[in-house]
Design a protein around this ligand. Structure first.
Ligand code: SF4
Length: 398
């Protein structure tokens, strides 16, 4: 396989306000100075990863959150600072996530001029009632206006949508899908609402003030999304992701195909080959006191790690050892690669399934019409997409 380089993710953990369903690593900033100090911390951490030798061949760069555009002009400083430190491939995809309330007509062309190639806009719905239930800070008209701004920016752009929201009807969902298509977005992510513990929506449901999302209705909405989007030439390429030809997300595809990634900032995850991790851990003294990180890399194939989620301690000390590290065996890596591959319509090569020792599991899933084998690849069937959690879970269990 051609060397896929490294995917670089930069986390910006600030939002205008917390949405009612959100359990992501984000919060409102204390003041503008906190955002500025955060940008400095991120650049210091990026310098450290450059010096550790992992940013010499970056194939895709993604600014996510949170809401990176809440940084305003500081975001331009951040983009150029990262580009000065990491060696990006020619034509590398550079994505910035944004929300309607922070996407200004001044910032958008400035981001394009700074080299950003793609914007990902959190719309979630074009129904104001649904937006209110979700606790979003924008209305449908604002989202439509911002989508128009992005369409004229020369950058590629993507929209995120949520279905299965309490009170959301099929008619409302169809209208949202059709208005999303009409924006000209090249990429659409479509997720059923998940109620995460201790979020405001979870509390509303627990107190009996709101009905729980109906999983059958959400499944019907996912089917409607496939119908409406594919009729518009926006084809599914992953369980929850659709794109016009050539508009697939390079960055997200990297996560689904085992490409190493470095995540900068609290709440961001990294994954590298165990040998690389071991080399860095030894050079940085992470296995020694006071860190005493478990030296499990010698028996692992890959290592996944993060610096935790606390913003204040991160800003104070951005260059530090991982606080959480999982050492994945070759067997676990194989199962994970096959599971992620099955989430994509391209499926997985038979050789990968054999190497992971998952031939029997795949035969069993095929007998239940959940996967199929053709042209040397295993792919998830339409029935398998509907029962995705079961398919992916059984692959991971081996
Ligand atoms: S904008 Fe996104 S990250 Fe921020 S609170 Fe809402 S869902 Fe969470």
């Amino acid at each position: 396989m051609k060397n896929a380089g490294t995917a670089l993710y930069v986390h910006v953990p600030f939002c205008v306000a917390k949405c009612a369903y959100c359990d992501f690593a984000s919060r409102t900033p204390r003041d503008p100075a906190e955002m500025s100090a955060y940008v400095d911390a991120v650049l210091a951490e990026t310098t450290a990863w450059r010096d550790r030798g992992l940013l010499g061949d970056v194939s895709t760069l993604y600014f996510g959150g949170g809401t990176p555009t809440l940084l305003g002009d500081e975001l331009l400083h951040l983009v150029s600072g990262i580009r000065q430190r990491a060696v990006l491939r020619d034509g590398a995809e550079i994505t910035v996530e944004t929300n309607p309330e922070t996407t200004s007509p001044v910032l958008v062309p400035a981001l394009a001029a700074a080299g950003v190639t793609r914007m990902s806009l959190g719309v979630q719905s074009f129904d104001d009632d649904v937006l209110t239930t979700l606790g979003r800070r924008h209305d449908a008209a604002t989202a439509e206006g911002v989508a128009g701004l992005l369409a004229g920016s020369g950058m590629r752009f993507a929209l995120d949508l949520i279905c299965g929201v309490p009170g959301q009807s099929m008619t409302s969902w169809r209208d949202t899908l059709e208005r999303a298509v009409a924006t000209g977005a090249g990429h659409l992510s479509v997720y059923p609402l998940a109620i995460e513990d201790r979020t405001p929506l979870w509390r509303e449901i627990a107190a009996g003030r709101m009905v729980e999302p109906d999983p059958d209705l959400a499944a019907d909405m996912m089917l409607l999304a496939e119908e409406v989007l594919s009729a518009a030439g926006i084809m599914r390429y992953e369980t929850a992701n659709y794109a016009r030809p050539g508009e697939q997300s390079v960055h997200n595809s990297a996560y689904w195909t085992g490409v190493p990634y470095i995540g900068i900032g609290p709440g961001a995850h990294s994954m590298v080959a165990a040998g690389e991790f071991d080399r860095i851990a030894r050079a940085e003294g992470w296995y020694a006191e006071p860190w005493n990180l478990e030296p499990g890399a010698s028996t692992a194939a890959r290592v996944r790690f993060s610096v935790g989620e606390d913003i204040v301690s991160y800003v104070h000390q951005p260059v530090r050892p991982p606080q959480v590290a999982s050492f994945l065996t070759a067997e676990e890596v194989g199962a994970e690669d096959v599971m992620l591959g099955l989430r994509m319509t391209a499926g997985v090569d038979a050789a990968l399934v054999d190497t992971a020792g998952l031939g029997t599991v795949m035969e069993e899933l095929a007998a239940e019409l959940l996967v199929e084998f053709a042209d040397g690849r295993w792919r998830t069937t339409s029935r398998g997409w509907l029962l995705g959690n079961e398919v992916f879970g059984r692959v991971l269990e081996g």
